[in-house]
Design a protein around this ligand. Structure first.
Ligand SMILES: [Zn+2]
Length: 179
């Protein structure tokens, strides 16, 4: 919220200075009367599943050995399901069918809402978009379980329980399906 106030000092409609109202949950433009509200940017974060394997990716900034769910911003006019399919295809070349919502996590750094889903992968040949990911590959259920528990023989791991990715992967390891 502090960041939002810092970045919304001027009206995006007319350019005049805005003022705080509603105890800081709104800013008003005294000049053109436009009301400005804090925004939340939705991000789809998903685990594509093909039989007994799941798709995980690595960003170059990740710590050594860590693999996670793919994710991306939901675009204007797009459903959560379409964003899951589009991002999985764009980042890894995998076509998805059924998408099932799992859970969400506010991620206000600065203003995202992570929307977690499981997706049914309809194709298996990975084509990594290297501008987004360092790598992407399939992991077996046993391997993913070991990564969650940090007992993987090669030291591979998933994000910790503070991240929704951990729970998306864990739910699948424990039996969640996408039909
Ligand atoms: Zn204005």
């Amino acid at each position: 919220m502090l960041l939002w106030h810092a970045r919304r000092r001027f009206c995006s409609n007319c350019g005049m200075p805005t003022v705080v109202s509603e105890a800081g949950w709104k800013r008003d433009c005294p000049s053109c009367k436009t009301m400005h509200f804090p925004r939340t940017d939705p991000v789809a974060i998903m685990l594509a599943i093909n039989g007994d394997r799941c798709l995980l990716g690595r960003q170059a900034r990740f710590g050594t050995g860590m693999w996670s769910c793919l994710a991306g911003f939901i675009e204007p006019g797009e459903t959560i399901e379409d964003a899951v399919r589009r991002e999985t295809f764009e980042e890894a070349g995998i076509v998805c069918g059924n998408v099932r919502y799992f859970a969400s996590q506010p991620w206000p750094f600065p203003m995202s809402l992570m929307i977690g889903a499981h997706a049914q992968a309809l194709s298996v040949d990975i084509k990594v978009d290297t501008s987004e990911l360092e790598d992407a590959r399939w992991f077996s259920r046993d391997e993913a379980a070991a990564m969650l528990m940090k007992t993987h023989t090669q030291g591979l791991s998933t994000p910790p329980p503070i991240a929704i990715a951990h729970h998306i992967i864990r739910a699948w390891v424990e039996g969640a399906s996408v039909g």
